[in-house]
Design a protein around this ligand. Structure first.
Ligand code: SF4
Ligand code: SF4
Length: 291
């Protein structure tokens, strides 16, 4: 694919979270190809930028512009806590940059300090040190994956403990213009339109809040913010996908499930050379962790 010099500079300057920064070039070439062009022009570059602006939200793009200029972007301190002396890790998704919305970033931020305090109160590091039968290595760590929404982009389901932002959607009683944008947007086919407005099928809805973001009339709104919790995942030698403990709970619920999980870990005797939480979940299931 050929590139106009200006177009290349424009696309390379699109401010994106590090995890997806290298996709912009491919995205621009894809757009050119779709138009039957063998060259990326400034028009295509603008379209590419606009596409990311829509996908991530203007606020988030502005935040990343400030980061790229080396300015203070006001990212919460909670995202940058380092605790090398602890045997747990907390990995965050790109929502920490506001992608895709500040609401999702805030949902993660609110969780972090209580989560860290709870882990320390429960003595997770001491428990894991006491149970270790070999030199301490990375597989001894208790890994937590936190995402801003249930889309789970960076695979938190491979973590010992996964917490995903979830959003209960409410519907205003009147004012829907029947534009159909929400129905078109929802990848779960969870929305249908009645004469009175949108109807959400709770069995299909994954609580991503995407429909709230696309409804320009404000008919759909976030009624309640919460979290989904899944436990017992591992991306190591014997991969496991974390199993759902609850589809929706509040911060107190997350901490209670964490406490039950750590207690289960503490009370389970070590068999063999290592103790791994996903093996314990395999053995005991998730029922006893429910609230
Ligand atoms: S929250 Fe997500 S899954 Fe649920 S109805 Fe809205 S777009 Fe569909
Ligand atoms: S709820 Fe909003 S997006 Fe959905 S049809 Fe009505 S006005 Fe359009």
């Amino acid at each position: 694919m050929e590139w106009d010099k200006e177009a290349r500079e424009m696309v390379e300057a699109i401010p994106l979270p590090p995890m997806i920064a290298h996709f912009a070039i491919m995205d621009a070439e894809r757009r050119a190809e779709k138009k039957g062009q063998g060259r990326v022009t400034a028009d295509i570059a603008r379209e590419t930028e606009k596409g990311y602006e829509q996908a991530l939200g203007k606020e988030s793009v502005e935040l990343m512009r400030r980061l790229a200029r080396g300015e203070d972007a006001g990212l919460p301190d909670e995202f940058y806590v380092e605790e090398p002396e602890q045997l747990y890790s907390i990995e965050l998704c790109p929502a920490k940059f506001g992608a895709s919305t500040m609401e999702k970033r805030e949902q993660m931020r609110q969780l972090l300090t209580p989560l860290r305090n709870k882990l320390k109160e429960l003595g997770i590091t001491r428990i894991l040190l006491d149970k270790a039968t070999t030199s301490i290595m990375s597989h001894h760590m208790f890994r937590i994956g936190v995402t801003g929404c249930p889309n789970a982009c960076f695979s938190p389901y491979f973590s010992d403990f996964a917490v995903l932002g979830a959003y209960q959607v409410g519907v205003k009683e009147s004012g829907c213009t029947q534009c159909g944008t929400c129905v078109e947007y929802c990848t779960q086919d969870a929305i249908s339109l009645s004469e009175g407005g949108p109807v959400i099928d709770e069995k299909r809805c994954i609580k991503c809040s995407g429909c709230v973001e696309v409804c320009e009339e404000g008919i759909l709104f976030t009624e309640k913010r919460g979290y989904k919790v899944a436990v017992g995942g591992s991306g190591a030698r014997f991969p496991r996908i974390a199993r759902t403990v609850t589809e929706f709970t509040d911060l107190g619920g997350v901490l209670t499930i964490l406490e039950k999980s750590v207690q289960l870990l503490r009370n389970t005797p070590v068999e063999g050379r290592v103790i791994q939480f996903h093996q314990i979940v395999d053995t005991y299931g998730v029922e006893r962790l429910r609230i």
